[in-house]
Design a binder for this molecule. Structure first.
Ligand SMILES: [Zn+2]
Length: 409
């Protein structure tokens, strides 16, 4: 069995290390105050620029300098903080059981050496002196680390567009990104969220082309079923076909980790714009209107090729963002707002592995983790497990485009 650890799952930016190197994460110390732990590789530049689906879901936005010059930074940070505070006035509307007090974000503007530290507890943006922290000009859009001896997410305002990630909303892109990454790094840190420690025993003979095809058809069916509102038979059809392939655990956890974070980000973004007083009907209507049309958007061939290569190498599928999001929205439409009841917090496997002193102890924890994660149900499983499948039409054009993307990988 090949056991490996995948760094915290973020879209297209994860690294793989073996179990025995669990403590050797890339940690850079800045000013002795902030330790930035970040996955190693950047997404290919073309992803996010050329494909609408990727842009909408991308956590690592294209390297785009904010249109706000430093003279306006004060205004921008005020709006960002105001919107984050709005979101965290009603955390249970986003994710029942969300622990908002853990939210700590350091917003940086390297060109002016300015930084602001916000916590959900204080609700304020504290200006940080240069001597305590100065961001590197190479600071990425976001990173994870420690500030004042506690976990914090760092957001580089100069790399994250002010533009809303959901066009119909007036939400700073930094707010949505800060919420999404904080959801991962400050909330999803224990079982069942320890997907950064996925231990995979991958099937060597998996039909990867069919796996991607079934999952893209599942996305399309979920959207169509969601808009039509008369059941999820077609979705169940594609889900069952995909499940029968015996896909790897990484894919399951992209549905769980990224699907939930994508959903929480979209609900939070609606609340950031419309406030906690927004009715459930308007909230859902706005969230669902933000989705692409039920027909689905054809994916650029070059992007598809890169995504396929990544999936083949790691098992991590971009489709998890949308499958999780759509399944959670569907359940919410039925009045079932998924949260900590369905995904209760368990053991802190990451810390247990870090503190284990021998390789054997680490592997024992890894095995416990693997067993625990195998029992976690994905949002799509929760939605579709008991839904009878209805035969759906094939899309041979899509299948062919995936086949082409797989050539050479
Ligand atoms: Zn994410």
């Amino acid at each position: 069995m090949v056991t490996k650890i995948v760094a915290f799952a973020s879209l297209l930016t994860f690294s793989t290390i073996v179990c025995s190197q669990a403590q050797a994460n890339p940690i850079a110390t800045l000013n002795g105050a902030f330790q930035s732990m970040r996955a190693t590789s950047q997404p290919p530049a073309s992803i996010g620029r050329t494909n609408k689906l990727s842009v909408k879901n991308a956590e690592s936005m294209p390297e785009e300098v904010s249109s706000s010059g430093s003279a306006f930074a004060g205004h921008r940070i005020d709006k960002v903080i105001r919107q984050l505070n709005t979101i965290l006035q009603c955390p249970n509307r986003i994710w029942p059981g969300l622990k908002k007090d853990s939210y700590r974000v350091l917003f940086v503007q390297p060109s002016t050496k300015e930084s602001w530290f916000w916590t959900a507890v204080s609700g304020k943006a504290e200006s940080i002196s240069e001597s305590e922290f100065t961001a590197s000009p190479k600071s990425p859009e976001y990173s994870f680390g420690q500030f004042r001896n506690e976990r914090a997410v760092i957001i580089n305002l100069e790399r994250v567009s002010e533009r809303s990630r959901i066009p119909s909303l007036n939400v700073d892109g930094a707010v949505s990104l800060a919420f999404h990454e904080s959801f991962h790094y400050l909330f999803q840190m224990k079982e069942p969220w320890n997907a950064q420690l996925i231990s995979a025993d991958r099937k060597s003979d998996l039909d990867h082309v069919s796996a991607v095809y079934f999952r893209r058809m599942l996305i399309r069916a979920l959207k169509a079923d969601l808009f039509r509102g008369d059941g999820f038979g077609h979705s169940s059809y594609w889900f069952q076909k995909w499940e029968a392939l015996g896909e790897s655990p990484e894919t399951k956890f992209s549905d769980i980790l990224e699907g939930t974070a994508n959903y929480a980000e979209i609900i939070a973004s609606v609340i950031a714009d419309k406030g906690c007083q927004v009715t459930e009907e308007e909230l859902l209507h706005t969230a669902i209107s933000s989705l692409d049309s039920a027909a689905g958007i054809p994916m650029d061939a070059a992007v598809m090729k890169q995504l396929f290569a990544q999936y083949k190498a790691t098992g991590y599928q971009i489709e998890g963002y949308e499958i999780g999001l759509l399944s959670l929205l569907a359940m919410r439409m039925r009045g079932n707002s998924i949260g900590s009841n369905e995904f209760p917090m368990g053991r802190d496997f990451a810390s247990e592995i870090q503190s284990a002193s021998t390789h054997a102890e680490k592997m024992k924890v890894m095995n416990d983790l693997q067993e625990a994660l195998a029992k976690v149900r994905t949002p799509a499983e929760i939605l579709l497990r008991s839904v009878a499948p209805t035969l759906d039409q094939e899309d041979f054009g899509l299948l062919e485009s995936i086949r082409k993307a797989s050539i050479g990988h």
